[in-house]
Design a protein around this ligand. Structure first.
Ligand code: FAD
Length: 516
């Protein structure tokens, strides 16, 4: 048969199938059809556009010249809002569907949207070891530029599309956080436009209250217009050790010990059941044994979490050399393990070789096209949560996750939490080792009910002086929220800076009622 005729027959059969099953059924239960046919090509076009744009802007050095003008434009918008009587709160004008968080804030429709068109890397100063960036710069942009000139961020959150603004105003973490802390702890200065339209720069020694209050405030103290972030020299590879461990106590012991060893640049754990895990430790190196080189980020390679699982199945440790950028974005192609629910055959070698170069679909486009029915289904039958708890409570926390939601794999990422003022700090006066427990997927617990199960989990996290990441669904009441987070500095600054009439309180932005 002629190729055109075969194509036409296939298209006809497909349309017939959609007609018989109904469009809604196909969109909900066979989402891969829509994702593979439409979202993957669209995502690719999106990515190419942003990559080329960032490259051209940086090459022409036009960003630093235009930055001042762009900031003045934001100040002008804020002053106009004030002159018009400050009728509603303000928020950033970035559409909700463009963010990585799976939720879309309802407030975008009712608040005054301030357009912040700041998406460029402004300056790399290798002498001071600082990169100055605008808030919409993404992690993909940062690694593409910095690693090409031999530098990197000490903490480089995993997904390509995460933005500097979102990681500072929300949270950012990576497997090097046991050494360097959260994303906010590698930042040395923030530049903001405040509620009165004024511009301010803050550092640990200059306007330090504001500097410590900004992280996790979700844009409720001002608009971030630039940030300075530490950089460190990069090496070509990560020498990564994989070690399967069995028994929860042995897992917790091993994971804690590895997180305390300063010679480990990277520590990560993937928990595949209550008592089976693979713990990975990595160091940066310029040398690699060619036979152990693994370009894990290449489109035809197996998904990272599946590759790691093979070590568990074989019950044998291993050593690999992974190119730095491939390591940083190792969970990007499978969006951790979220993509297996959308494209169930996505890790099949045939799919990977034929279409893997288009994967993953952009989270923003997935959100934009999910529709109300699918959104509600996701809410009731899907969990995306990161809970940060003291490392000493890891075993108790894993048991609680197991009983309340039962989602595997679970992501374990250690981090050091310095004792600093602000919304998030340890209970005592000293830095404390914490762990981020990430649960993404379909809960297998019997009779899962999102609200009650999540409230139970939140209660546990509060009881051990832990924190919930604010991008996720939060079912806490206002009182419970302020029991979890230290609002003393935050509330004082909101009053001082006139934020109460300009921005909602952080709880009102992130609580369940505020989001679709
Ligand atoms: C599937 C998934 C995977 C994830 N993986 C990781 C991961 O690997 N590592 C990690 O650290 N985190 C991860 N996260 C969580 C992520 O850290 C948060 O979603 C974070 O807030 C960044 O998202 P964003 O860049 O889309 O920011 P946004 O959602 O756009 O912003 C977060 C908050 O900051 C505010 N904000 C943003 N820019 C500004 C600005 N210029 N001025 C004022 N306010 C601003 C926004 O209003 C919003 O309240 C993941 C989340 C999901 C859903």
């Amino acid at each position: 048969m002629e190729p055109a005729v075969s194509l036409a027959v296939c298209a006809l059969l497909f349309l017939l199938w959609v007609r018989v099953k109904g469009l809604e059924f196909v969109l909900i239960h066979q989402r891969w059809v829509f994702v593979c046919l439409f979202l993957l090509p669209l995502s690719l076009i999106f990515d190419i556009y942003y990559y080329v744009r960032a490259w051209v802007v940086f090459r022409l050095s036009s960003a630093p010249r235009l930055h001042g003008q762009r900031v003045r434009d934001i100040q002008k918008q804020v002053r106009e809002w004030k002159e018009q009587g400050s009728k509603t709160f303000m928020c950033t004008g970035r559409p909700g569907w463009l963010t990585v968080s799976l939720r879309v804030g309802k407030y975008k429709k009712t608040h005054k949207n301030i357009m912040i068109n700041l998406m460029d890397i402004l300056e790399v100063d290798t002498k001071k070891q600082i990169v100055r960036v605008e808030p919409l710069v993404t992690m993909g942009q940062v690694t593409a530029l910095l690693t090409s000139i031999g530098w990197t961020l000490p903490v480089l959150p995993e997904l390509d599309d995460l933005t500097v603004g979102g990681l500072i105003m929300g949270t950012g973490i990576e497997s090097s956080s046991h050494k360097y802390g959260l994303f906010q702890h590698i930042c040395t200065a923030y530049e903001l436009v405040l509620a009165d339209g004024s511009f301010v720069r803050c550092t640990p020694s200059e306007n330090s209250d504001l500097f410590y209050a900004v992280p996790w405030s979700c844009g409720t103290l001002g608009f971030l217009v630039a940030a300075e972030i530490r950089i460190i020299p990069a090496k070509k590879y990560i020498k990564l050790r994989f070690e399967p461990v069995r028994g929860l106590e042995a897992i917790c012991d091993k994971f804690t010990r590895e997180s305390q060893r300063p010679e480990n640049h990277f520590v990560e754990g993937l928990l595949y059941s209550l008592d089976e895990a693979v713990i990975m430790t990595g160091v940066m190196t310029d040398e690699a044994e060619p036979s152990k080189l693994n370009n894990i980020g290449s489109y035809y390679k197996p998904w990272f979490f599946k590759h790691v699982e093979n070590y568990l199945k074989a019950n044998k440790g291993g050593l690999e050399y992974i190119p730095l950028r491939h390591y940083y974005h190792r969970h990007t192609r499978s969006i951790f393990w979220e993509l297996q629910d959308i494209i169930p055959f996505g890790n099949n070698p045939i799919f990977r070789y034929l279409f893997g170069w288009m994967v993953p679909p952009k989270i923003s486009l997935l959100k934009l096209t999910q529709g109300e029915t699918l959104r509600k289904l996701y809410e009731q039958h899907h969990v995306v949560q990161d809970m940060l708890v003291p490392m000493k409570c890891l075993s108790q926390a894993v048991h609680t996750f197991h009983n309340d939601i039962h989602v595997y794999p679970i992501w374990l990422c250690p981090f050091i939490l310095p004792s600093q003022p602000g919304l998030v700090h340890p209970k005592g006066d000293e830095a404390e080792l914490y762990v981020d427990i990430g649960a993404y997927g379909e809960p297998r617990v019997k009779h899962f009910e999102a609200r009650s199960c999540m409230r139970q989990l939140e209660k546990f996290v509060r009881s051990v002086h832990g924190f919930q990441m604010l991008y996720a669904d939060c079912y806490m009441s206002r009182e419970e929220f302020w029991e979890m987070f230290d609002g003393s500095l935050y509330h004082r600054l909101r009053e001082q800076l006139g934020c109460q009439d300009a921005f909602p309180e952080v709880y009102d932005k992130i609580c369940k009622a505020a989001r679709h």
